[in-house]
Design a protein around this ligand. Structure first.
Ligand code: NIG
Ligand code: FE
Length: 419
């Protein structure tokens, strides 16, 4: 006879339980400012899942087997962050380029010195799968302590059949071993390797004929991504690559309009992209197109910050009715940080998003952009108990306002505290 004992955790005296939702909805336009909360609340977790929550006055005595009992007096409890765009697998940091940029070197000069994506690709191809796994594991540990419990991770620093597959196999292993919810994206089309600079078609053929069939056979990816940009992949090339990926069931999540507006938005929407990410450079027409589409606009403000670029036009996007998500773009070249607390703060400080809008964009909307909205992204009965407990703070707005303080007291993933 096997007995299943339900393990229960209870959180009491929560100053404010944030992001409580009965049902799921992708938030666009004005809806982004609506963040439902419950004051003086309790939350019950059973086997890692949110089982019940309500006001303290309605809390009934618990009879089941209590594993954790947490008094959250003075604390806000939020759904953990969903980081829907990262390049978390890389072999080495690139702070030498950072210093070169401070000294005034241009992107082209840095590339000529062997920097940029090709620098990361060279180092990645020299690293073993185990080395990459260990580095990525440490980064996942770091971001989970900062409150991230669901994350997308891309390939794209391999740029060779072996390198791309190696990266995706590392992500597959992370999926198996980590308690975070992880989605994998195949970004073979991140840039053209040197030997294909003058022969784009051969590299596209390599992606379509040599990489994609293995990615599909070994079930290594959930999504396909292309860096659509002047000097990288054209909208036409992106369409060809995406259609090949889509024939294997990979939906597009795309790098669009980071530096230039070259028609990527229109092509991405035509391809039913789950999300269009970056969006630093948007024309009024691009914004209008996105507002009338099903695609989610993912803003990556730390990349704009790090590259000293104009920030994404969050206000115009939201006011036009777009569905907006936030992500870290964690990568060694343009955003060497996976700290979603800073992403949220920067979104309020520099993009004039309201704290409620930023929190919604980094939780429920980001969950939609990972197609994990049924499991994560809000305080909803039946979803994973992925929670951020703040330190005692006076108000929710204090969280992005005091951007330099670590205000995360505790993180739980599937009901278990992260140590
Ligand atoms: O999302 N823009 C394309 N790719 C990355 C940066 C890659 C790199 O510099 O290593 C990004 O910003
Ligand atoms: Fe990126």
């Amino acid at each position: 006879m096997v007995y299943f004992v339900t393990m229960t955790a209870i959180v009491t005296n929560i100053k404010q339980l944030v992001g409580v939702r009965q049902e799921n909805k992708l938030l666009r336009g004005k809806e982004l400012a609506e963040l439902p909360v419950l004051n003086n609340a309790y939350l019950v977790i059973e086997d890692g899942i949110i089982a019940e929550f309500g006001e303290m006055k309605n809390l009934k005595p618990q009879t089941s087997n209590l594993k954790h009992q947490i008094d959250a007096s003075g604390q806000f409890v939020l759904p953990a962050w969903c980081d829907s765009h990262t390049h978390l697998i890389f072999a080495a940091s690139r702070e030498e380029e950072f210093v070169d940029k401070i000294k005034g070197l241009s992107y082209a000069e840095i590339a000529a010195k062997g920097g940029g994506i090709l620098n990361s690709a060279r180092k990645l191809n020299e690293a073993t799968e185990d080395e990459l796994f260990n580095l990525a594991w440490k980064r996942l540990e770091e971001v989970s302590k900062l409150g991230t419990a669901a994350i997308e991770i891309k390939s794209g620093y391999g740029l060779s059949v072996e390198g791309e597959l190696k990266m995706l196999r590392v992500i597959k292993k992370l999926k198996e071993k980590s308690s975070l919810s992880i989605k994998a994206t195949f970004l073979g089309a991140h840039t053209y390797p040197q030997q294909y600079k003058e022969n784009h078609q051969s590299y596209i053929d390599l992606i379509i004929n040599e990489m994609l069939p293995v990615v599909a056979r070994e079930k290594l990816a959930d999504y396909i991504d292309v860096f659509c940009e002047t000097g990288f992949f054209s909208p036409q090339e992106m369409e060809t690559i995406c259609k090949a990926g889509m024939s294997y069931g990979l939906k597009p999540k795309l790098h669009i309009n980071q530096l230039n507006s070259i028609g990527g938005i229109q092509t991405a929407i035509k391809l039913n992209a789950i999300s269009v990410d970056h969006l630093e450079t948007m024309t009024d027409e691009d914004i209008n197109h996105l507002a009338h589409s099903q695609s989610i606009g993912t803003l990556l403000p730390t990349a704009a910050f790090f590259l000293r670029m104009p920030f994404q036009p969050a206000r115009q996007l939201i006011d036009a009715g777009c569905a907006v998500a936030l992500a870290s773009d964690y990568n060694p070249g343009s955003s060497p940080s996976g700290n979603m607390n800073f992403v949220v703060a920067l979104s309020c400080i520099q993009m004039k998003m309201l704290p409620e809008e930023a929190i919604n964009a980094a939780t429920i909307n980001s969950a939609y952009s990972l197609e994990l909205e049924k499991e994560v992204g809000s305080i909803t009965v039946g979803k994973k108990a992925n929670l951020i407990f703040t330190k005692p703070i006076p108000s929710l707005a204090y969280f992005p306002y005091a951007f330099g303080s670590n205000l995360v007291e505790r993180v739980m993933i599937k009901g278990e505290p992260i140590e």
